[in-house]
Design a protein around this ligand. Structure first.
Ligand code: CDP
Length: 230
């Protein structure tokens, strides 16, 4: 099994589960959300109007983006490093301004096509756990294991509030809950690659389960294949 696709709504725990799973299995890990976030960050940085689909799409094509595992000298709690045009923007991706605009950027077809192309190229590098919104449905529809991780909106907002305050931001639960619900709404109702589980995805509710328990359950699933299929 060389591909594991994980999808789910904002702050559902999918990135943590994906990262731990990749570590355990010694697979590559790609959090595709950071790519849409990087395009959004660059658009804001360059004062490109987020509503200008042509300009944002052009930017998505031109952007020089690199994602790689954390080097010793970079270790500051990050889980991977993102460079845009050689600049380390890993933490810039988590600001409220990026949160507020990323769902609009990722609703553009041309932006998605370019990111999906890059994600598939990353997948060619080896066994991979890929996390996002459309991995099981669009990016890797042939992945032998697809997971869709959800949690209640309140629990997701609590987790995101904790993450953001640990990262040194002022984090207000009500604002974060509103952002999570707003992004879920845009991500689920967009025309291109809306957020939804693949028909053959395993649904996991993480509301009352810590990531380690979910990872253990998945590892067991892989080791004890149903009908010897995997
Ligand atoms: O971490 P969180 O779940 O809040 O978000 P993320 O995974 O970093 O994704 C940020 C945004 O990028 C999402 O709200 C989607 O609008 C978009 N996205 C997408 O459209 N397709 C993906 N495969 C991954 C993210």
């Amino acid at each position: 099994m060389a591909m594991i696709a994980i999808d789910g709504p904002a702050a559902s725990g999918k990135s943590t589960v994906g990262r731990l799973l990749a570590e355990q299995l010694n697979y590559l890990y790609l959090d595709t959300g950071c790519m849409y976030r990087a395009v959004t960050w660059a658009a804001l940085q360059q004062n490109i109007d987020i509503g200008d689909e042509t300009a944002v799409t052009q930017l998505a094509h031109d952007i020089q983006m690199e994602i790689y595992p954390v080097r010793d000298e970079e270790a500051d709690g990050r889980h991977y490093t993102v460079h845009v045009a050689g600049q380390d923007i890993t933490w810039e991706l988590r600001t409220p301004a990026v949160d507020a605009n990323v769902s609009q950027v990722s609703s553009y077809l041309g932006v998605r096509q370019e990111m999906v192309k890059r994600q598939r190229a990353f997948g060619e590098r080896g066994a991979v756990v890929m996390v996002g919104r459309d991995i099981g449905t669009v990016v890797m529809p042939d992945a032998p294991l697809k997971l869709y991780i959800t949690a209640s909106a309140e629990e997701r907002a609590r987790r995101r509030t904790r993450d953001r305050s640990e990262q040194g931001h002022i984090a207000n639960y009500d604002d974060i809950l509103a952002d999570v619900l707003r992004r879920d709404q845009i991500d689920s109702s967009r025309t291109h690659s809306p957020l939804r589980p693949a028909a053959d995805a395993i649904l996991i509710d993480s509301t009352d389960q810590p990531p380690a328990a979910i990872v253990n359950a998945i590892l067991q699933m892989i080791q004890e294949p149903v009908n010897g299929e995997r």
